[in-house]
Design a binder for this molecule. Structure first.
Ligand code: GDP
Ligand code: IMO
Ligand code: MG
Length: 422
């Protein structure tokens, strides 16, 4: 069976931390979508690690890590990630396998991302500029380059043809993008050489065999449900299916083989990049969440926008994914608020609604809040659910009742150990 771990908001819920915590119970950790737009943070033994493409089980000796066919890989960033890991005792060659069917991010994909965003002006998506959109466009447009192409001598010709096409497209955008393609290509080729040292697999076949042997697999989502290309706040989304169904296409797993669906959310909400965010705060409370929660993007360093928990959006994400259990992160960040607000409905078009409307645009939705009592205790040293303050327990019970799914983990700090099981 394959269990899924999915972000239920706009990303950065703490997926990396929880995958690391859970890896001891799994034989295989597999990424199924997204690419280096992801930044997954893990913390243990006083060291903080940020992973972009490599699954978050990589630090555990027991687990194989797979980059599945649904992922897009930038060899340049991938090499940097491997270089960062080289100081740790990890047998990468036997622990990390790459799907031949995963698509490659070319330097010109990154340039196209930048050109497209520049051309959009104020309407820009706020992309991480890692080339994600253009690479998935080439995938679905049936022009892309895949990892498996690198096993054939013809890959450079394929590369050249695609890069030439991209140069024409960059010109079409007619924006001021400075670049030295020769330099970028040198870096790209170095990345390719590093990538080629790893084992390429037909990951769907590998997964069938592993499942037949009764191996336990955890699929690690990237981004979050509200950034899903179909169900997110389009067009301010990423270019892959971040929701449960994405794990089936991104790994080659049949729907009937999906087991638990672990949904992860912050006790409040954050978003990085542009797009609607009904519960966003522009006041002292929002600033406090950002400061205490250290809310800066793990990939771009941009400050994350902060606001109260949006239960309307969270319910939607729970439904779309069929979440069977929940994990609430960063409860510690809310310590000290006298009142905790939760958005339980929207004011939309003159009426109160409790579902996500087709078009949330800035200003056409306003949150209707339910207020609960806050807690003042420092949670960061707590290790047992029975120590949690009553008002936090009331908050958790309120959410469980609204969402109709149990909250099994409460996270009270970035470290592996700051994880409370319920
Ligand atoms: P991901 O993309 O979902 O893996 O999440 P990120 O790593 O981008 O962002 C989550 C951030 O919150 C990281 O800096 C984590 O170290 C941190 N973090 C995770 N869980 C907790 C928690 O319970 N409390 C606090 N204070 N920080 C946490
Ligand atoms: P993890 O896995 C938060 C956001 C970007 C932008 C939009 C499109 O760390 O949770 P893209 O680069 O995909 O073209 O950007 O999606 N975004 C993320 N926000 N966490 C992420 O990943 C994100 N990956 C993309 O900020 O708004
Ligand atoms: Mg992140």
């Amino acid at each position: 069976m394959v269990d899924l771990l999915l972000g239920l908001q706009w990303g950065d819920e703490g997926k990396g931390k929880i995958v690391d915590v859970l890896t001891k119970d799994y034989d295989i950790i597999a990424r199924f979508q997204g690419g280096p737009n992801a930044g997954h943070t893990l913390e243990f033994d006083g060291i903080k690690h940020v992973l972009h493409t490599i699954p978050s089980g990589i630090f555990h000796k027991n687990a194989i890590n797979i980059v599945g066919n649904g992922v897009v890989i930038d060899p340049v960033i991938f090499k940097k990630e491997l270089d960062n890991l080289s100081q740790f005792d990890i047998d990468i060659a036997s622990k990390l396998f790459i799907s031949r069917k995963a698509h490659l991010i070319l330097p010109t994909h990154r340039l196209l991302d930048a050109a497209s965003e520049a051309a959009k002006g104020k309407a820009k998506i706020g992309s991480t500029l890692k080339g994600i959109g253009p690479t998935y466009m080439d995938k679905t447009g049936r022009n892309g380059m895949r990892v498996g192409d690198l096993e054939f001598d013809t890959w450079k010709e394929k590369y050249r043809a695609l890069a030439n096409k991209h140069e024409g497209m960059i010109d079409y955008y007619n924006v001021d993008i400075q670049y030295d393609l020769k330099e970028l290509e040198e870096e790209f080729c170095e990345g390719i050489e590093t990538l080629k040292k790893l084992t390429f697999i037909d990951s769907e076949q590998y997964m069938f065999d592993a499942m037949a042997e009764g191996k336990k697999i955890l699929a690690e989502g990237a981004q979050g449900s509200l950034l899903d290309i179909d169900f997110g706040t389009y067009p301010y989304v990423t270019s892959s299916n971040t929701t449960a169904a994405g794990a089936c296409t991104g790994l080659g797993v049949a729907p009937g083989k999906i087991g638990r669906v672990l949904g992860i959310f912050k006790a409040y909400t954050t978003r990085v990049g542009s797009g609607p965010f009904p519960t966003e705060l522009f006041d002292e409370d929002g600033a406090t969440m950002g400061r205490v929660g250290n809310e800066f993007g793990a990939t771009t360093g941009r400050p994350r926008r902060c606001g109260w928990l949006d239960l309307v959006a969270l319910k939607y994400a729970v439904q779309i994914n069929g979440v069977t259990e929940l994990m609430m992160m960063k409860a510690d960040v809310l310590s000290g608020f006298d009142t905790i607000k939760v958005c339980t409905a929207y004011q939309y078009g003159g009426e109160e609604i409790d579902h996500l409307p087709y078009n949330i645009e800035d200003g056409n939705v306003s949150p209707v809040y339910t207020e609960l009592h806050g807690w003042s205790q420092d949670l960061t040293k707590m290790t047992d659910a029975k120590d949690l303050p009553d008002t936090l327990n009331s908050y958790i019970s309120f959410l469980e009742k609204e969402l109709n799914v149990p909250i099994k983990i409460v996270s009270v700090g970035p470290d592996r150990k700051q994880t409370i099981l319920r």
